[in-house]
Design a protein around this ligand. Structure first.
Ligand code: FAD
Length: 457
């Protein structure tokens, strides 16, 4: 609970209308798409950078924890105010400030939704490549803070590759700016990269300059199915090994296909053991050549059905199916735990076998969904956390899945981040001195540790 002096000082900055502290209001900011809930003492909706700065000065003065919040779609507990304090919600800082396709950038406030960036660019024939499955809801501030990826990051890279510059408010209230509007800029430390993936623990992002790219001449999308999940995974490594980097290569297993079909009725093959959505882009001639080579590789790996989307509507239907995968799993059990381990692409078949072996051992159901072309796997276990016995098995299974990924030269997270979900596992992939270095950086920038405390640092 904030005392009356603390509350009054915040209200003086933003007014009563943009300050919430009734329990029923706070409950709406206590969760994300992970499993833990913890309500803040107050929620504040800033409208300007100056307000954010004043709020942080006040929070520093009283040592009140501050947690930034975009759309709350994180799946690792990153925006949960585990130590309470205030949540800064950016839904009122959602302005697209400048679209400049000639110089290839767009400037936005942190609360702009990813899909709105795409909509603003489309009339100019440009797009912003990072496309998390949550793109219709998640915000640019959240995407930067989590260094979000998405299907087409296989070819185009992740959020960090598109942040040219940023304005950030530090815990002290100082407003810092780094980077520029230039696609080439090697002036000083690349501080924008430090803030990408920092999960709101180093500063509050109030503005971003993002690089945008022209839309390709041609896009081709294939859906293919297999009788065998191992062959599905092998096809992925063979396509990448043949020198083709598709825009996206998404793998779904039988459980996932059926969960989608139950809800969306899209005509997906319920009997297939595995399927891939493969998308390529570029000029027409190059695309035709690549598609031919991809189809040959798919056939060599025993694909039973290969279908190219004949229109934009058909293509959109496939992507809607893929994007709905996480949501439709919610029908299978009270809780869904979706993980994010990543391995080098040549080890995707081994990792999938390992996930099946481990979940079988604990008699757990698993759905395998993967941005397979970059080895980023989302095993999803439907379970009930009120069932203690089952829950223990889920925890053991995930711990073994993390261990298996690391043994295959993989890592804990390809895009979902660490948050509350995986901080205990950091020593699996970072040695003591690396963790110490992260702590030193945190201490230097946020000495009172008020920014998103309780998270991975
Ligand atoms: C259905 C579904 C599909 C998903 N698919 C993907 C995917 O394909 N790829 C992927 O990478 N992720 C995916 N995610 C996870 C999630 O959508 C991303 O992590 C996303 O970037 C979070 O954005 P958000 O606006 O919801 O941020 P929030 O969840 O609100 O916050 C995330 C983190 O950002 C911090 N933050 C928010 N705004 C600011 C700010 N202005 N300044 C500083 N810190 C800030 C918060 O404190 C928190 O630590 C998916 C989630 C769901 C539910």
């Amino acid at each position: 609970m904030l005392d009356s002096q603390e509350k009054n000082e915040f209200i003086q900055i933003i007014g009563k209308d943009r300050y919430l502290d009734r329990p029923e209001e706070l409950a709406c900011y206590a969760y994300d798409a992970f499993l833990i809930e913890s309500a803040p003492d107050a929620v504040i909706f800033p409208q300007t950078t100056r307000e954010v700065s004043e709020i942080l000065k006040t929070a520093s003065k009283f040592k009140i924890p501050v947690t930034g919040r975009g759309a709350g779609t994180s799946v690792c507990g990153a925006p949960i105010p585990i130590n309470h304090g205030i949540v800064l919600c950016f839904s009122k800082m959602d302005e697209i400030i400048d679209v400049n396709t000639r110089d290839r950038y767009i400037i936005v406030q942190p609360g702009v939704v990813n899909a709105d960036v795409q909509k603003a660019l489309a009339p100019f024939g440009f797009f912003y490549p990072p496309d998390p499955g949550s793109m219709n809801t998640s915000t640019i501030g959240g995407n930067i803070a989590m260094n979000a990826g998405g299907p087409r990051c296989l070819k185009y890279g992740v959020t960090m590759d598109y942040v040219l510059g940023m304005e950030v408010v530090l815990a002290s209230g100082e407003i810092v700016k780094f980077g520029s509007k230039n696609v080439k800029d090697v002036t000083g430390y690349k501080l924008s990269s430090l803030f990408c993936g920092s999960e709101g623990t180093l500063g509050i992002i109030t503005r971003a300059i993002l690089k945008v790219v022209p839309m390709p001449e041609t896009v081709k999308t294939l859906m293919t199915t297999f009788n065998d999940l191992d062959n599905t995974a092998k096809a992925v490594t063979d396509i990448i090994g043949s020198g083709i980097i598709p825009v996206a290569m998404e793998l779904m297993d039988k459980l996932t296909l059926n969960a989608i079909e139950d809800v969306a009725n899209l005509g997906l093959d319920r009997n297939a053991a595995g399927s891939l959505i493969i998308e390529i882009d570029g000029n027409k001639e190059a695309c035709n050549k690549e598609i031919k080579k991809i189809i040959e590789t798919l056939k060599k790996n025993g694909a039973i059905h290969i279908q190219e989307a004949a229109s934009d509507t058909e293509r959109e239907k496939l992507w809607t199916a893929r994007r709905s995968a996480y949501g439709v799993f919610a029908k299978l059990a009270p809780d869904i735990i979706s993980e994010d381990v990543t391995v080098p692409v040549s080890k995707v078949p081994q990792m999938i076998r390992k996930i099946i072996e481990i979940t079988d051992k604990y008699s757990l159901k698993v759905g395998i969904l993967a941005h397979a072309g970059d080895g980023n796997m989302h095993p999803m276990i439907p379970a009930d956390r009120k069932n203690k016995k089952e829950w223990q098995k889920v925890e053991k299974a995930f711990s073994e899945i993390f261990q298996a990924a690391v043994e295959l030269d993989g890592t804990l997270s390809g895009e979902h981040g660490i948050g509350l979900a995986k901080s205990a596992y950091l020593p699996l992939v970072m040695n003591k001195d690396s963790i110490k270095l992260m702590k030193k950086i945190k201490q230097a920038i946020d000495p009172d540790l008020i920014l998103n405390p309780g998270k991975f640092v």
